[in-house]
Design a protein around this ligand. Structure first.
Ligand code: GLA
Length: 385
């Protein structure tokens, strides 16, 4: 535990002896957007930013939580309903605690302090990192032995039930199972996953935060998911074997174009083409063909902008300007869209050029850009003696 975390724990919650320290990273999605809740493919990678949770068992059913970076503190009893309306972070931490209690896995309360380095609300999965770090800490405190995929599922359920976002499993899965120097190809139907080596050589991934903030539950995110479900219901009338958009090919979609309202048709076209791009992107990585990978990223962005309609003028501008720069192989919005970040694949020598090109578009380049270092891995880092 960092001396600062220990000091915060001592200040608010007392002696940290016996506490468990767990970490989980944020993620950047390289390609495969809005495909996870359609049973499709995604290719995220963890980033070198994380959330750290320090948790200690209590002998009663009280739960005390301190957000160290914000200096905020909340308390709740395991048997009392939760008031989520007062804080942005509370549903994620308390949601994990309550979900485990409801499933009969924990009977006692905990003291928790958390802090983190994942930018919040930027589409880099700070909430998933918080959920996963909390789940990992509780797993160790209560000896739950949750397997990693079940833990990712639990955290996804927390997001649905306690935060009101009907997200897919990508973020929690990536945060829990991601590994250094690899991207993670996830088949969101079977939940089979493969660590894909990322031979970036003399290239770097650069994340640029547009500064535009979105609130997932208030945004059109849930609406997009509903659109996809409606499209499946319509297509199923024509072909019973279609249980999710994963089952569609461009051929089947073209055959049924006339029965779909135009906006649902384009939503489907994005999902089908994006699934194809993810698999192609893995082939490009395996073949060391980064220019091809970059072209797929750009195609993904335009599909998200035109067909799925989740981009934002600020993100479009960042992508359009980035791809003007020689040495930028690819650029796209990453995460849910409607704001947040772009991810750019950049030759090392072009790093100053992309900065020069994009700096005028955002308020503070040094605060809003991030050249990804070695991706982090989730885990329990310490039991405080
Ligand atoms: C958010 C959700 C994910 C996924 C992406 C879009 O990050 O949490 O489940 O749907 O948006 O790809």
């Amino acid at each position: 535990m960092t001396p600062r975390a220990a000091a915060v724990f001592r200040e608010y919650l007392g002696d940290p002896t016996g506490a468990v320290v767990a970490r989980a990273p944020g993620r950047v999605n390289l390609i495969g957007e809005h495909t996870d809740y359609n049973d499709g493919f995604v290719l995220p990678s963890t980033i070198d930013r994380h959330v750290e949770v320090v948790a200690r068992l209590r002998s009663d059913r009280q739960v005390r939580i301190v957000a160290a970076d914000l200096g905020e503190r909340r308390e709740n009893h395991l048997d009392k309903p939760i008031d989520y309306t007062d804080s942005g972070w509370l549903p994620y931490v308390l949601g994990v605690v309550h979900e485990l209690a409801q499933r009969g896995r924990i009977e006692f309360g905990v003291d928790i302090v958390f802090r983190g380095t994942v930018p919040r609300g930027a589409g880099l999965s700070s909430s998933a990192a918080l959920e996963v770090a909390t789940a990992l800490a509780l797993d160790a405190v209560f000896n739950l032995w949750l397997n990693p995929i079940d833990m990712a599922r639990l955290c996804r359920d927390v997001e649905h039930r306690y935060a009101g976002v009907r997200c897919g499993i990508m973020d929690q899965f990536a945060s829990r199972l991601g590994r250094s120097d690899h991207a993670l190809l996830i088949d969101c139907r079977s939940l089979d996953a493969r660590h894909v080596p990322m031979p970036l050589d003399n290239h770097r991934l650069v994340i640029v935060d547009s500064g535009v903030r979105r609130e997932l539950p208030d945004s059109a995110y849930n609406q997009r998911r509903t659109d996809c479900e409606e499209a499946v219901a319509i297509l199923r009338e024509a072909e019973n074997s279609i249980t999710s958009l994963r089952d569609l090919t461009l051929g089947t979609l073209a055959k049924h174009e006339s029965i779909l309202p135009p906006d649902l048709f384009t939503r489907c076209r994005h999902v089908v083409s994006e699934n194809h791009r993810v698999l192609k992107a893995c082939e490009s990585l395996a073949g060391g063909d980064l220019p091809a990978f970059g072209r797929l990223m750009i195609a993904s962005h335009f599909s998200l902008r035109n067909d799925f309609e989740v981009s934002h003028p600020a993100l479009d501008r960042l992508v359009e300007e980035a791809i003007q720069v020689e040495g930028v192989l690819g650029a796209r919005l990453t995460g849910a869209g409607f704001g947040g970040c772009t991810v750019n694949l950049v030759t090392e020598t072009a790093l100053p050029d992309i900065e020069r090109q994009l700096e005028p578009l955002i308020e503070d380049w040094s605060a809003q850009s991030l050249v990804i270092g070695v991706p982090e891995k989730a885990g329990v880092t310490e039991v405080v003696a």
